[in-house]
Design a protein around this ligand. Structure first.
Ligand code: KIV
Length: 279
C-alpha cells in the first residue's frame, strides 16, 4: 500500500490531534543531519525528531552493557544536529529533544533550553521525558508558547533508575503510574506523547483513554502514530537491534558493499576510468 501523499503545507502541532480524531495513523522518524532530513521530508514523513538517541547513533556513546547511551548528550549537540535537520525540511514538523540535565535544574533553566532549541535550531516543538516533576516543566513551557511532546514508559534518560532498558507498565501499579502520568501530561498542555516500551494492550488502552495523540515505539499497533530511530529503519544500527525495530532497508550491508567495491577498483586501477575523469 502506498504511503499518504507528502503534506501540501508545513505540518503544525495541531494537525496531530486532528489526525487522531480522524483515526489517521501517522509516522515519525528521527533525523540528525541535513541530507537525511531532505530525503525524509521528500518521502512525506510528517514529523522528524532530532532525538537524543543521537548519542548512540551519531556519537557512539555506549552504556556499560553496550547499549546506546543518551545521557552524555548536550544541549549544544542537539542544537547542532537540529539546525542541520531544520535546513533540510520544507514540510515536516521538527521536534527537538531536550537532553538529560537541560530541564532538571529549574523552570527558568528549562525555558532557556527549550527556547534555544526554538530560536537557534528552528524546531517547532520540544520533547522531554517523564511525568512527576517534569509535568511542572511541561505546564511552564506550554504557558510560554512552547509546544511540548511528552515521553512516557521506557524513558532512556532514566536508564540507571529503571535498571536497564526494560518494558514498563507490566504490573498493575506501574500501569497505573502510566495512566496518571498521561492524564497529567494532557492536563499540562502537551500536544502529543511518545509511548516507549509498553505492552501493546496497555498502550492501546492508554491511546483510547486520552485525547493526546500517542506515538508508539515498542508499544504495539494500538497507538495513533509510530516512531522509529532512523538507523533501525535503514538497517544501519551497530550492535543489538531491539525486538520492535523492523529494518525496512539494509543500508549497512549496502555501505559495506559499496566501500569494498570502491576499494577493490582503486586497488585494481579500474577506478577512475575515462567516464569518471576529465579529458
Ligand atoms: O531520542 C529519541 O530518538 C527518542 C525516540 C526513540 C522516541 O526519544
Amino acid at each position: 500500500m502506498e504511503a499518504a501523499p507528502a503534506p501540501s503545507r508545513p505540518v503544525q502541532v495541531t494537525d496531530l490531534s486532528r489526525w487522531k480524531s480522524e483515526g489517521r495513523r501517522f509516522a515519525m522518524l528521527t533525523a540528525y543531519d541535513y541530507t537525511s532530513a531532505v530525503w525524509l521530508d521528500r518521502a512525506g514523513i510528517p514529523i522528524l525528531l532530532v532525538g537524543d538517541s543521537l548519542g548512540g547513533t551519531m556519537l557512539g556513546h555506549r552504556l556499560r552493557d553496550g547499549g546506546p547511551n543518551t545521557l552524555p548528550v548536550t544541549l549544544e549537540e542537539v542544537i547542532h544536529h537540529a539546525r542541520a535537520v531544520s535546513r533540510g525540511v520544507s514540510h515536516a514538523l521538527v521536534v527537538g529533544d531536550m537532553p538529560f540535565l537541560s530541564y532538571h535544574l529549574g523552570l527558568d533553566d528549562a525555558t532557556r533550553s527549550a527556547g534555544r532549541l526554538i530560536k537557534e535550531a528552528g524546531v517547532q516543538a520540544v520533547k522531554l521525558e517523564g511525568a512527576g516533576p517534569a509535568i511542572e516543566v511541561v505546564s511552564h513551557l506550554t504557558e510560554r508558547g512552547i509546544a511540548v511532546m511528552g515521553h512516557l514508559g521506557l524513558t532512556p534518560q532514566w536508564v540507571n533508575v529503571l535498571g536497564g532498558f526494560r518494558v514498563q507498565g507490566r504490573t498493575e501499579q506501574a500501569a497505573q503510574r502510566l495512566r496518571s502520568g498521561l492524564a497529567e501530561l494532557e492536563q499540562a498542555g502537551a500536544f502529543a506523547v511518545v509511548l516507549e516500551g509498553v505492552p501493546s494492550r496497555l498502550a492501546a488502552e492508554l491511546t483510547a483513554a486520552t485525547g493526546l495523540p500517542t506515538i508508539g515505539i515498542g508499544a504495539g499497533p494500538g497507538c495513533d502514530g509510530q516512531v522509529l530511530v532512523l538507523h533501525d529503519l535503514l538497517g544501519l544500527t551497530v550492535g543489538t537491534v531491539p525486538k520492535f525495530a523492523k529494518p525496512f532497508a539494509s543500508l549497512g550491508e549496502e555501505m559495506l558493499g559499496a566501500a569494498r567495491r570502491f576499494q577493490s577498483e582503486v586497488e585494481q586501477g579500474s577506478y577512475p576510468d575515462a567516464e569518471h575523469s576529465y579529458g
